[in-house]
Design a protein around this ligand. Structure first.
Ligand SMILES: [Fe+2]
Ligand SMILES: [Fe+2]
Length: 137
C-alpha cells in the first residue's frame, strides 16, 4: 500500500478561511496517522482515530452551516454523505470497544479513501457552485 501524503493547496480552497483551515488540519491528521501507524499499539492508534473522527464531526457542522448560507442546492445529498461516514466510523468504534480488536490498516485505508473522495469530490462540487454564483452564472 502506498502512503502518499495528501497535500492541501490553494486549488482546494472553498473561499472560507475557516473551512480551508479545517481541511488542512484534516489532511495533516491523516498524514500523521500514516507516519505513526507502524509504531503504535492498537489502543493509541484507536485514540488517534477517534481524535480525527471528532474533528471531522466539528468540520461537518461548520461545512453544513456554510452550505446553508451559500444556498447550495445539493445540501441534503452532502449531509447524507457525512452521515454515512459517521455511521461507518461509529461501527468501527463499536467493534473496537467490544472486542478490543481493530484492524488499524483497514480503518486507516477507509478514512483516507473517504477523505480524498469526499473532500476532493463532493466538497469541490459546492466550490464549483459557489464559483458560478460569484460570477453571476
Ligand atoms: Fe469538507
Ligand atoms: Fe463535506
Amino acid at each position: 500500500m502506498t502512503d502518499e501524503k495528501i497535500i492541501w493547496d490553494e486549488n482546494y480552497s472553498v473561499f472560507s478561511r475557516k473551512i480551508d483551515e479545517q481541511h488542512q488540519k484534516l489532511f495533516n491528521l491523516i498524514n500523521s496517522l500514516a507516519d505513526q501507524k507502524e509504531d503504535m499499539c492498537a489502543k493509541d492508534y484507536a485514540r488517534l482515530l477517534s481524535k480525527l473522527t471528532d474533528y471531522l464531526i466539528v468540520h461537518f457542522e461548520t461545512e453544513i452551516d456554510y452550505l446553508k448560507e451559500i444556498g447550495y442546492p445539493k445540501l441534503a445529498q452532502h449531509l447524507a454523505e457525512h452521515r454515512r461516514f459517521i455511521y461507518v466510523i461509529s461501527n468501527y468504534n463499536f467493534c473496537y470497544k467490544n472486542s478490543s480488536v481493530i484492524d488499524v490498516q483497514n480503518v486507516y485505508l477507509f478514512l483516507k479513501r473517504w477523505l480524498i473522495n469526499h473532500e476532493l469530490g463532493a466538497d469541490m462540487d459546492y466550490k464549483q457552485f459557489l464559483l458560478k454564483k460569484m460570477n453571476g452564472m
